[in-house]
Design a protein around this ligand. Structure first.
Ligand code: CP3
Length: 356
């Protein structure tokens, strides 16, 4: 059964909509005081991810405040390498780190895809609990990191400004990186299919670092494995289509290639004009994006103007899911999100009247 508000699913499948649906990457997070309060109760971020009931609580928080058209599972992309035994931890103020980064040839040979129903049981339990709590009000999005973006963190052992270790491996020992990506592609496919079985109604692949590659390396090391995952995903569950969104940050110059791997929608960061993107690939896929998250720091009238500009740039008809071009910043004024969400709905409702 489709949820009561199914605009998000309809836009992804390019079916008619009454107005443009909107959700925000990282919509549950530190810019919300209620999130900070729940995180304090959990003790730390990872404990929050590993508690299905607290993960459910924070997933619902942005929906209580804003008129959003989808919920996204509260978790992190790095739970998958954690389940592979790399030992994820968050050093205060330093972002994610791994106790055992993946560098030795023997460790790469030994790497295995985890069974999501065993090693990521807490995520599956969260998905099921969130679906029950949503009671078919809006759809629930499941997600995973892309095989390549996960490999970046696994090999570097954390975030990186230049990906020196990863790129040294890519150029010197591409065989080792391919081995990691093969395992990651299997892990991500199994993980997303398990989320779908537990109730995720759409899925998104976050390829945050694909845009750091040369065009040739992007095809060989990121897009190839995104394609493997997309081709291995369950396309329907309980008779409903499960749309899949692929988001490569910095992938604007490769949109045609991304649109041809079998996904239903392509995510755009803020550097591509969404009207141009529609002319390039809008007959193949839906588009998601592409509001600069930093524009949320401007005054409400400027936030509204920028939202209208993007809605107008996409133009009439279906096939647009409004979103930010990357995750929301932790210092974002929460009241500006109200302006953003309401402007997208009101302005696009006007547009859809004009075009019908
Ligand atoms: O969108 C959502 O609301 C769902 C939750 C979600 C989180 N992380 C929660 C989170 C999602 C979809 C992610 C994805 C994620 N995680 C990505 C891909 C998208 C992107 O933003 O590029 C990446 C690269 C990560 C890895 C990660 N997790 C980093 C680099 C950090 C630290 C940076 C930061 O913003 O603090 C995290 C931590 C993290 N993941 C937080 C949240 C809410 C903040 C943790 C906290 O509460 O302290």
């Amino acid at each position: 059964m489709r949820p009561k508000n199914d605009r998000f699913l309809r836009a992804l499948l390019r079916e008619p909509v009454d107005c443009t649906p909107v959700w925000l990457m990282r919509q549950a997070g530190r810019y919300l005081p209620e999130y900070c309060e729940t995180r304090r109760r959990a003790g730390d971020f990872l404990s929050l991810c590993k508690s299905p009931s607290l993960a459910c609580e924070v997933t619902l928080q942005p929906l209580a405040r804003y008129d959003l058209d989808a919920a996204i599972l509260f978790s992190d992309i790095l739970t998958v390498p954690d389940a592979m035994g790399l030992g994820l931890y968050f050093a205060e103020g330093e972002g994610p780190k791994f106790e055992r980064p993946l560098r030795e040839e023997w460790a790469i040979r030994d790497l295995q895809a985890p069974d999501p129903n065993v090693h990521l049981r807490y995520v599956m339990d969260a998905v099921a609990e969130i679906r029950r709590a949503l009671a078919d009000s809006v759809p629930l999005i499941g997600f995973s990191g892309s095989p390549f973006t996960l490999a970046c963190y696994m090999v570097e052992g954390g975030g990186s400004a230049d990906f020196r270790t990863l790129k040294t491996m890519l150029y010197d020992r591409p065989d080792l990186l391919h081995r990691i990506l093969e395992v990651n592609a299997q892990a991500v496919t199994d993980y997303l299919n398990a989320q779908i079985e537990c109730g995720a109604q759409a899925v998104q692949l976050f390829d945050t670092w694909g845009g750091a590659l040369s065009a040739a390396a992007y095809n060989e090391f990121s897009l190839n494995y995104l394609q493997k995952v997309v081709q291995g995903l369950k396309k329907t569950h309980n008779g409903e289509r499960i749309p899949c969104i692929v988001f490569t940050k910095g992938g604007g110059q490769w949109l045609e290639a991304i649109a041809s791997i079998g996904c239903d929608a392509v995510g755009l960061d803020w550097t591509t004009d969404i009207g141009d993107a529609r002319r390039r690939i809008g007959d193949k896929v839906a588009l998601q994006g592409n509001f600069d998250p930093m524009a949320l720091f401007a005054s409400p009238d400027k936030v509204a103007a920028e939202a209208r500009r993007i809605v107008d740039s996409f133009g009439g008809g279906s096939g647009h899911v409004f979103n930010l071009g990357h995750g929301i910043n932790q210092f974002t004024p929460p009241e500006n999100v109200t302006t953003l969400v309401d402007t997208v709905h009101n302005h696009s409702r006007k547009n859809s009247r004009q075009s019908s």
